[in-house]
Structure formats: structure tokens, C-alpha cells
Design a protein around this ligand. Structure first.
Ligand SMILES: Cc1ncc(COP(=O)(O)O)c(C=O)c1O
Length: 428
């Protein structure tokens, strides 16, 4: 680093003593060496943790505010009709805070484009609706978020889009399906919700592309810290940013990430035409979440591995689903395709069945009984009755003795003690 002095370099600099010291509130001291503007630094050569904090986050040009202001405005003054400042006209179409999140997320993924949405389902809806038409087909995994299945089966299918369901973790079944019909999209969730199934993204993309299908990966469970599907050959990535990206259970949001310019333009067109945009404040919450995602996701992963390992030793538990365990059928693929951890989600099947599962989900104290996942606080839920009620009676129906844990960033021993106490409580 270049050495700097605090000596004023010209007479225009204030002679107030405070301005020539390192005082944090010094007024107007100019450094003799001009700082390099962040926008001219090539962040793409830097690590994800650095990109997450700096990409799209240049200090405010007018004031130097280190955290760029939230542009809480619906509209923008024009300098004469059509005289837009920086292309900004109306916040459904474009907003600087949303742009800032888009730049940050695209940089983390190493992608050309990211677009923020008002929810994960809005992102999925707009990506698909802008690129499929009646008569097209979608191939879906048999273990996915219930809301994704509800959207496809109850909105897209009545619109005329075909939907087939396959075990997406079984490459042979996927190949067979691709040979028997033409698909526009292969829709992959890995790890899947709620059974933590692992799909080999590279192998699935290779076979899908051979048959003219595009691959979308719902990367919500892994987050861009642990898994980058575009690098593995996928065509697009979607997120519910409500989960790990937001990270604090205080915002609902979504995102689409991709490299294809033409598809990006179609997605952006429909987003503006239909209006599925996040507010500037929600975009800012996602920005703040992305900055600490790297730290949080590693702690989530460590805690989840500790909890899953402990659960494996419990007689009340029939089966533990966690890709970080060697006993998981997708462990080897996950170990290759996920970098630095296996995420914070753990599912268990209880030996005594549905009633025990429901009782256990209601018997913890630190694990809060609630839908959603990916926040700093641990959550517990019964998927069959809660997040996946909409797949009841379908090929996606989840086991009734299943309990899903979103392992937070609390102390792992406290989390295990909470689960231990819950087992004792339901045994009484
Ligand atoms: C894997 C996955 N994808 C998408 C969604 C939908 O996201 P949102 O609730 O933000 O619309 C969820 C929600 O739980 C999810 O778990």
C-alpha cells in the first residue's frame, strides 16, 4: 500500500487542526494521494467475500456515505422531457437500490445479469412466463418446494404448458424422460426441499442440452456461496432471497441470475410489464444480507453438520437427511459441487410416525415452529402440514413423519440441547 501523510497539500485545505489528524470526524482533510474509485477496480478478480461487500456498493458520490442511500422514491425528475439522469424514470422499471443489489448478486455469481423480484415465486413465474408458451413442456423434480409445484400445476398447466415429474437425483430417469418428450426446461432444486436430494448439475445440464432443454437451478438452499450452478453448466439460477440471502427472516424477495442477454431482456420486459418488483427498502435488506452471507452460511453449515450427526445417534430418529453425512445418497456429488459446506437444512423422519413428528415440531424452544428457512434463528416445521401441504395427494407428497430443521447460527451445543429436551418432552 502507498504510504500517505496527513499533511495538507494545498492552501484550500482547512487549517482546522482536526482536519490534519486521523480524527474520524475531521472536516475536509484531503489525502495527498487520490483514492482509487471503487467503480474502476476490477472486482471480478477478487474473492466472493470481497465481491459480496463491494460490488455495486460504491460510496455515495454526493456525500461519501459508505453505505449508499436507499432510493426510496417512485419517480425521478427529468431535465426536460426525456432528459433522464442515469436512465432512471420510474421505480417499477428501474431503481438505483435495486440496481445495486442486482450488480452485487451478479458479481457474486460471476454472472452477466441478476434481476431482483418481489418474491422467489415471482422470480420463477416471470422467468418461465417470459420464455415458455402453451404447448411447451417442463420437467420437474419430484422433491421441490410445494409452492413451485402449485404454481406449475395450477397456473402453468391450465395455461397449456405440459408438466412431467421425475426423480431428478436419478440421471438415468432424467435421460429417459428427455428421450421420450421435448422439454423447454429441466427444473432442478439441489439440495431439494424438503428431502435434501442432490442433483448433479453438470451431468444433468449436459444431458438436457443434448436434448435441447435449458436447465434452471433453484439454488435457494445452497446459496451462491456454496454452489454456483452457472459454472456447472446451468442456464439460469433462481432464488428465494427470503431465505439465506436476506438471512434475517425480515424480507420476502427473489432473484433470477443468468448470462443470456436475450432472455435477460425478456425477463426484464415482463417484470416491468407485470410489476413483480421489490421495494427499494426490501432491495436494501437483501444488499445487507448479501454482505454477510459468506460468514453466515459457513456457520449454518457447521451447526447443521453437528446437529445432523447428533440426530443420527438418536433412537427416536428413523432417518436423517443431510448431504454432509456420508450416509446421504448424494454425499459424493454434493462434496464436489458444493464448496465449503453443505448448508443449514436438515430433515429427519421420526420412528414413531406422524403424531410424533408433529409433537416434536411443537416441543422445541430455541427452534421456533414456523415456515421458511435460512434466517439466523433456527426454525422447525412439519412439511406435510405446512410448507408442502399443497403437494398432498400428488407424486410430490412428502412423508408424514418428516420434520424439517432450518439450523441457525446460534451455539450448536444449545441447539442440540434444545432438540434433546424436545425428545424428552414428547416421550413423557
Ligand atoms: C426452494 C424454494 N424456492 C422458492 C421458494 C419461494 O420463495 P418465496 O417464498 O420467496 O416466494 C421457496 C420458499 O420457501 C423455497 O423454499
Amino acid at each position: 500500500m502507498t504510504a500517505t501523510t496527513n499533511r495538507p497539500t494545498n492552501s484550500a485545505v482547512s487549517t482546522n487542526p482536526a482536519s490534519s489528524t486521523n480524527s474520524e470526524n475531521s472536516a475536509g482533510a484531503a489525502s495527498p494521494v487520490s483514492p482509487v474509485d471503487l467503480s474502476s477496480v476490477d472486482l471480478s478478480a477478487m474473492a466472493v467475500a470481497t465481491r459480496a461487500i463491494h460490488a455495486g456498493q460504491e460510496p455515495d458520490a454526493a456525500t461519501g456515505a459508505v453505505v449508499p442511500p436507499i432510493y426510496m422514491t417512485s419517480t425521478f425528475k427529468q431535465d426536460g422531457v426525456g432528459g433522464l439522469r442515469g436512465g432512471y424514470d420510474y421505480s417499477r422499471s428501474v431503481n438505483p437500490t435495486r440496481d445495486s443489489f442486482d450488480t452485487q448478486l451478479a458479481a457474486i455469481e460471476g454472472a452477466r445479469h441478476a434481476l431482483a423480484f418481489s418474491s422467489g415465486l415471482a422470480a420463477i413465474d416471470v422467468l418461465l412466463r417470459s420464455t415458455v408458451k402453451p404447448g411447451d413442456r417442463i420437467l420437474l423434480g419430484n422433491d421441490v418446494y410445494g409452492g413451485t409445484y402449485r404454481l406449475l400445476s395450477q397456473v402453468f398447466v391450465p395455461w397449456g404448458v405440459g408438466l412431467d415429474v421425475v426423480d431428478m437425483t436419478d440421471l438415468e430417469s432424467v435421460s429417459h424422460a428427455l428421450e421420450s418428450a421435448a422439454y423447454s426446461y429441466v427444473w432442478v432444486e439441489t439440495p431439494s426441499n424438503p428431502l435434501l436430494g442432490i442433483t448433479d448439475i453438470a451431468a444433468t445440464s449436459e444431458v438436457a442440452h443434448r436434448h435441447g432443454a435449458k436447465v434452471v437451478v433453484d439454488n435457494t438452499f445452497a446459496s451462491p456461496i456454496l454452489q454456483r450452478p452457472l459454472d456447472e453448466g446451468a442456464d439460469a439460477v433462481v432464488y428465494s432471497t427470503t431465505k439465506y440471502i436476506g438471512g434475517h427472516s425480515d424480507v420476502v424477495g427473489g432473484a433470477v441470475v443468468l448470462n443470456d442477454d436475450a432472455i435477460r431482456d425478456r425477463v426484464a420486459f415482463l417484470q416491468n410489464a407485470a410489476g413483480a418488483v421489490p421495494s427499494p427498502f426490501d432491495s436494501w435488506l437483501d444488499i445487507r444480507g448479501l454482505k454477510t452471507l459468506d460468514l453466515r452460511v459457513h456457520r449454518h453449515s457447521e451447526n447443521a453438520l453437528a446437529v445432523a450427526t447428533w440426530l443420527q445417534s438418536r433412537p427416536e430418529v428413523e432417518r436423517v437427511w443431510y448431504p454432509g453425512l456420508e450416509s446421504h445418497p448424494g454425499h459424493d456429488i454434493a462434496a464436489r459441487q458444493m464448496r465449503g459446506g453443505f448448508g443449514g437444512m436438515v430433515s429427519i423422519q421420526l420412528a414413531s410416525g406422524e403424531d410424533a413428528a408433529k409433537a416434536f415440531a411443537g416441543a422445541t424452544s430455541i427452534f421456533t415452529l414456523a415456515e421458511s428457512l435460512g434466517g439466523v434463528e433456527s426454525l422447525i416445521e412439519h412439511p406435510a402440514a405446512m410448507t408442502h401441504a399443497s403437494v398432498s395427494g400428488t407424486t410430490l407428497e412428502v412423508p408424514s413423519n418428516l420434520v424439517r430443521l432450518s439450523v441457525g447460527v446460534e451455539d450448536a451445543d444449545d441447539l442440540i440441547a434444545d432438540l434433546d429436551a424436545a425428545f424428552a418432552r414428547i416421550a413423557r
